[in-house]
Design a protein around this ligand. Structure first.
Ligand code: FES
Length: 571
């Protein structure tokens, strides 16, 4: 058996190696320290992350696979983020979770790691950590939940919460009926069942080559999830023995495959910041414009909410992720590898579509050119994004007058004011929601339609924001505007009544105000006397070091890899 990193702890006959072994014996077999791989199972199971609560069961299956392959598995609970629970927004803590996991992997006697994630930020933070510590790594996505129904209709969790709550505001659904749907919304273990961020990042982990091919999207309640988990335990030992690491597996071509997949499945816009952050950890030169250049000609093939009709268990039933990739095989990098050591494209041969309503064939796409459009212009010098598939086609070119909100609180206070000067052609602008400004870049860009317009039947308007949008949301929403208002982007001096032009075909977002007027304006409240800058703890570190959305909103000092070197001994 080859020499392992963990042998630096366990391999000697001196007092220090005695200490390391003695405290770890606790039931481990006598041969646990003979040089065999020690595998961490970075486990984001938590009762407060309900989408991941079942991952302890998954962890036990991974453990069994590791043992069978001759390794020694260790459960390593990691910082876990429940998207619907943590305040002020889970995105504030993504980088903290990534940093903590990276450091714990490096600090411990570990030779390889299996990442267990599910809810939105958990797979991204785990992949960022693994990329930086560069130990052999495999991901097990926890899988989507079983679909619940209400009054005979399947519920897309997340998406249908927005839809039903808007119906209450519009007066077409009673509050009592709305509340009755609550217990049907989440019907089993697993993450949200729409093509939201959790589903997207699970699929993209596979597109990056970091899962067993064919495993992403396996429902959380399906026995095959545990089969895949067992197999992952076996494979991670192989990766360690062959020293296959993220830096040797993931290339720019892997990200090309992820961006093609993102477009083909109609995935969450949040994938943009997560993929940019992961690439940054690997030192791969992925830029915002790559999402447009690689993704914009890719057909949308998957008919899932929020842009479409079906849900994640339908995608699995209809042939799964590999059958989607097979349809766009010519757009994939055929050399990009998976954790098995073989290219991703090698796994597409036997994939088959069983339901062409859910997964469209290439010849009859839902949208011919999907993907994410990257907008530029004086209002977004560093870029902004829009997902045309989730937008109203007639609004993809629009000139309207701005109605500006300085913060989420300002928006909530005024959005339903009958005296708000807004009409169907207005452009709703929400600022102070970027990485630094909020801080943490919350999912608020799809701000609600003013109720007086809802009552008139308006269901979509152009909205512009420096924050993010939930992957389960939809609408003509321009998001991730960079530079954000808090660092002095032009967004900070937009005034109510200004003309804004959105031109998606030309990739332009323009504040149509004479330059001579703009130079006379002062920065808005969003950049001057908004929320106090945090002075301690993580929030202080975050605000001091977070970068813009255009580079993934990671911390500047966390870019790149610090590697897996064993640090000094203290005993
Ligand atoms: Fe966890 Fe949606 S809240 S995936």
């Amino acid at each position: 058996m080859s020499e392992q990193r963990s042998s630096e702890w366990y391999g000697g006959t001196d007092r220090n190696s005695y200490i390391h072994r003695a405290w770890m014996r606790r039931g481990l077999p006598e041969n646990a320290f003979d040089g065999r791989p020690h595998i961490a199972i970075a486990n984001s199971a938590s009762d407060l992350t309900p989408c991941n609560a079942h991952l302890n069961e998954v962890m036990e299956s991974v453990k069994a696979g590791v043992y069978e392959a001759g390794g020694i598995p260790h459960n390593l609970p990691v910082v876990s983020l429940g998207e619907t629970q943590v305040r002020p927004t889970a995105m504030l803590w993504r980088n903290m979770a990534a940093m903590a996991t990276e450091e714990m992997l490096r600090a411990n006697p570990i030779d390889g790691v299996v990442l267990l994630g599910g809810c939105d930020k958990t797979i991204p933070s785990l992949l960022m950590a693994a990329a930086s510590v560069d130990l052999p790594t495999v991901v097990v996505p926890g899988g989507p939940m079983k679909t619940g129904t209400f009054q005979g209709v399947p519920l897309g969790c997340g998406t249908d919460v927005w839809r039903l709550s808007e119906e209450v505001r519009a007066g077409t659904l009673s509050e009592e009926q709305f509340l009755r749907s609550e217990s049907s919304m989440i019907s089993s273990k697993g993450h949200c069942n729409t093509m939201g961020t959790a589903s997207t990042m699970a699929l993209l982990a596979e597109a990056l080559g970091m899962t067993i091919p064919g495993s992403a999207g396996t429902p959380a309640v399906d026995a095959r999830l545990l089969e895949n988990s067992f197999e992952t335990g076996r494979i991670i030992v192989e990766l360690v023995n062959e020293s296959r690491r993220p830096s040797t597996l993931i290339t720019k071509g892997s990200f090309q495959n992820a961006i093609v997949a993102l477009a083909a499945v109609g995935g969450s816009t949040n994938a943009v910041v997560h993929l940019l952050a992961i690439a940054g950890r690997l030192g791969i030169d992925l830029v915002l414009d790559d999402f447009d250049e690689i993704g914009s000609g890719v057909p949308l093939l998957v008919n899932l909410q929020p842009a479409g009709r079906f849900l994640m268990d339908d995608l699995y039933r209809a042939g799964g992720f590999l059958s989607v990739l097979k349809e766009v095989k010519d757009l994939l990098d055929s050399t990009a590898l998976t954790v098995t050591g073989k290219p991703l494209v090698d796994y597409l041969e036997n994939a088959q579509i069983w339901d062409q309503e859910v997964i469209h064939v290439r010849e009859s796409p839902i949208i011919a050119d999907a993907g994410i459009a990257v907008l530029r212009g004086n209002l977004a010098l560093g870029g902004a994004i829009i997902k045309p598939a989730a937008a109203t086609p007639e609004l993809l070119y629009h000139r309207g007058r701005a109605v500006v909100f300085d913060s989420i609180e300002d928006m909530h206070a005024r959005i339903d004011d009958p005296d708000l000067d807004v009409d169907v052609d207005s452009v709703l602008v929400l600022r102070g929601c970027g990485p630094k400004g909020y801080p943490g870049m919350p999912e608020v860009a799809n701000l609600p339609i003013p109720s007086k317009l809802l009552e008139q039947g308006v269901r979509d308007m152009v909205r512009v924001c420096d924050g993010r949008m939930s992957g389960t949301a939809y609408g003509t929403v321009v998001l991730h505007v960079t530079p954000e208002a808090a660092v002095g982007g032009l967004l900070s001096i937009v005034e109510t009544g200004d003309w804004i032009i959105l031109d998606v075909a030309q990739r332009q977002l323009t504040l149509d105000v004479p330059e001579s007027d703009l130079v006379l304006r002062r920065p808005s409240r969003a950049t001057t006397d908004g929320f106090a800058t945090p002075t301690r703890g993580w929030e202080h570190l975050y605000v001091t070091h977070v970068m813009g959305a255009d580079t993934g909103a990671d911390l500047d000092f966390l870019r790149g890899s610090s590697g897996y070197a064993v640090t000094r001994e203290s005993h």
